[in-house]
Design a protein around this ligand. Structure first.
Ligand code: IVH
Length: 705
């Protein structure tokens, strides 16, 4: 890593000097962006990059007239730069004809046979219709040179830098002999990643996404590739664009060749294998790509069977689909069949019944969460959607209620966003009662009646009364939850009983509770009371990270808790950390640091931690100093790549806490490369340089886990 620049204090500069410096900073930052995002070989550390960026921002603040429209500062937040470059597709990206029934599919097969004037069975290649964003990757002489969205089919947007952040997309093809190799596919976010992305968005106080498709599309169209890099995009390829230097006999052959070229594809099998595979796969399966999901079908009946199977098991898949695509397998037949209007005659999208249901909003209630946020929730007459009965749906905030104009008594359409979260799509206005009135959130907390506030820049209303019974109750539910103190016998209902009976007000009260107190409550017998006491007792030795997470500090989720634990080593260490020290930690920004500092300035909060310890909570600190002495990674340079069982920031902290170092790119100075699943160019580089590659379990062994 070289030192990239000389820092000049902005106030020392004249406007002319400032302009010169701004231009040079912009050029430098672009250069480093290119190295980082496109070539995966940064020359400077993230910290040095931030310094360059901050200097540019400081200068632009001082000389606002010198802010250039293409300055990298204008991309952050995605407001000022509102355009991607456009490019024409070599061959247009067309759409598919849709069908909604098995009869339509039989008719499709008949049409094909009639057109070809041949009664012989047609072989079909059947694929899931992936519900994401269509993309075209263009490789020239084996190098990925651009990625275009579908756009209007003729012209798409150039989103190359964002697409290059997807680790499973090769930047170079193994065989570079094709002058032009265009491949089309879908960009997706897996259901599970979507849930974690939304949790992380919430943790950061940002807006959540309605469904994985929106999240994927929003991410691909982010002007700042740093944001895409942080989000879990993936891709599956399914169709050729213009290809020079190779021809394919069948779709099956094409997909097989893509797999050989290490382009991401779904595996194929015959219909019997597919059935087994679909039955056994689970949406959270990390190895799902090993399970075949595309089928070679001997005739239309097998294709229809595939359609039925996918409809039945779609909820088992790790990504969302909205139907299946049935393609004539033979490319010579495809060519003979050609196109009608803007769709191929040789393919059909067989859509599933949209999983939408209609019901009535019987009430809108307002919940107060552990952070005091007021959340309106629509209570609906129970209705089945996607195999699950749904009876309530969050309406998020007042903006969302206004946008959809949902009112009590309305008839609404509901679906499950991301296949999981119930969501009201829209109101059936024709059924609205004349007497209905728009719903407004209250100006006072529905629980404690204190006036609510709307913090600047936020859409939510908050009750800021720390003694609000709802805030206390929800805080306790969080404290005892599985990922926190894990007091499994204290379910939500019991916490509510405890609160109603005034048995507990604070976390530490839980450790003070007596069996006789519990026996005084309704529906609590000797056995259940003893179970509760035992499970409270069993929670007394939490790890430091669990303990930090349990405290329910705003913006401190599991990941941040783990990082804090590793960096500061004890609760006293975290409490004593200054704003600057906190911000110095990987992944902790000013907002999170501020929230932590604010929390620990409250005397009552510190007293509460002391009380917990006094009542027997014994925090297990991560082993640090002893292990550093003997650590096998002490002084070693370790580069992390691929998907690993822990987040990047936490792994970096773990390495640091064992006396090691972690750099962003592989060089001769690297001692080890810690490689997870779908490791890309860094792993190649390590192998090239002969650097030892560690699996996760090798790494755990080295740090003595
Ligand atoms: S093949 C000539 N295969 O559906 C069309 N498309 O309506 C070639 N899609 O924009 C497309 N899964 O985004 C094909 N397995 C699949 C697909 C698929 C989803 C989408 C794609 C395209 C749209 C066509």
């Amino acid at each position: 890593m070289r030192n990239a620049y000389v820092y000049l204090m902005p106030k020392e500069l004249t406007a002319a000097q400032a302009e010169k410096r701004i231009r040079s900073l912009i050029a430098d930052i672009r250069h480093h962006d290119e190295l980082y995002y496109s070539e995966d070989r940064p020359e400077i550390t993230d910290h040095d990059y931030d310094l360059l960026f901050n200097e540019l921002k400081a200068l632009e603040n001082q000389f606002p007239e010198l802010v250039l429209p293409d300055s990298p500062t204008q991309r952050v937040g995605g407001e000022a730069l509102d355009k991607f470059e456009k490019a024409k597709h070599r061959s247009p990206m067309l759409s598919l004809q849709n069908s909604f029934s098995e009869e339509d599919l039989l008719a499709f097969d008949q049409r094909i046979k009639k057109f070809l004037d041949d009664e012989k069975n047609i072989e079909y290649f059947c694929e899931p219709k992936l519900d994401g964003l269509a993309i075209e990757l263009i490789y020239e002489n084996g190098t990925l040179i651009s990625a275009l969205t579908r756009g209007d089919g003729t012209t798409g947007e150039v989103v190359t830098s964002n697409i290059k952040t997807i680790k499973t997309i090769p930047l170079k093809l193994k065989k570079a002999q094709y002058p032009i190799f265009e491949v089309r596919g879908e960009i997706l976010i897996l259901k599970q990643d979507f849930m974690s992305l939304n949790e992380a968005q919430q943790e950061k106080g940002k807006n959540t996404f309605a469904n994985p498709r929106n999240a994927a599309a929003g991410t691909v169209r982010q002007l700042d590739p740093k944001i895409s890099a942080d989000r879990p995009l993936c891709m599956f390829s399914y169709a050729p664009g213009v290809i020079e230097g190779k021809t394919f006999k069948t779709q099956q052959h094409f997909i097989g060749s893509l797999a050989d070229l290490k382009l991401p594809v779904l595996r194929s099998a015959n219909i019997t294998e597919i059935k087994k595979s679909l039955q056994s796969i689970r949406p959270t399966d990390k190895n799902f790509f090993k399970a075949p999901m595309t089928a070679i079908c001997k005739n239309i009946n097998e294709a229809i069977e595939y359609y039925r199977l996918l409809q039945e098991f779609r909820h088992n898949l790790p990504f969302e689909i909205d139907g299946v695509v049935i393609k004539v397998n033979e490319y010579t037949l495809q060519n003979q069949l050609g196109f009608v209007a803007r769709s191929p005659r040789w393919a059909m999208a067989a859509k599933f019944e949209p999983e939408k249901a209609t019901t009535v909003v019987s009430d809108i209630i307002v919940q107060v969460g552990r952070t005091g946020a007021l959340t309106p929730v629509a209570i609906m007459e129970p209705v089945k959607v996607g195999g699950v009965t749904v009876s309530n749906a969050t309406l998020h905030n007042q903006d969302e209620i206004d946008r959809k104009d949902v009112r009590i008594g309305d008839t609404v359409f509901v679906h499950r966003a991301g296949d999981v979260i119930p969501e009201i799509i829209e109101v059936n206005l024709s059924k609205r009662k004349k007497s209905s009135k728009p719903f407004k959130l209250p100006k006072t907390c529905p629980t404690c009646k204190e006036t609510v506030v709307q913090p600047e820049g936020e859409v939510v209303l908050r009750c800021i009364n720390p003694a609000c019974p709802s805030v206390i109750r929800e805080g306790l539910k969080h404290f005892v939850s599985r990922k926190a103190m894990n007091i499994d016998k204290l379910g939500d209902k019991i916490i509510e009983q405890f609160c109603d009976a005034d048995l507990v007000k604070t976390y530490s009260d839980l450790y003070h509770i007596k069996k006789s107190d519990i026996l005084n409550l309704e529906r609590q017998g000797e056995k259940s009371a003893q179970n509760i006491i035992d499970s409270i007792e069993a929670s007394k030795n939490p790890t430091l990270q669990r303990f930090i997470y349990s405290l329910g500090i705003r913006f401190v989720g599991e990941q941040t808790a783990r990082i804090l634990a590793l960096r500061f080593g004890s609760i006293e260490g975290v409490v004593a950390a200054s704003r600057e020290e906190l911000q110095d930690v990987n992944d902790i920004g000013p907002k999170v640091a501020e929230s932590i500092v604010q929390t620990f300035t409250k005397k009552a909060f510190i007293r509460e931690i002391e009380k917990l310890q006094k009542y027997g909570v014994h925090i297990q600190n991560p082993k640090r100093s002893t292990s550093v002495k003997n650590s096998l990674i002490k002084g070693k340079n370790i580069v992390i790549t691929g998907t690993l069982p822990m987040e990047r920031g936490a792994i970096k902290e773990l390495i640091l806490s064992h006396g090691g170092k972690s750099a962003g790119s592989v060089s001769k100075k690297t001692d080890y490369v810690l490689a997870g699943e779908s490791s890309g160019s860094k792993l190649d580089k390590a192998q090239e340089l002969g650097i030892p590659v560690l699996t996760w379990s090798d790494f755990e062994e080295l740090i003595g886990k």
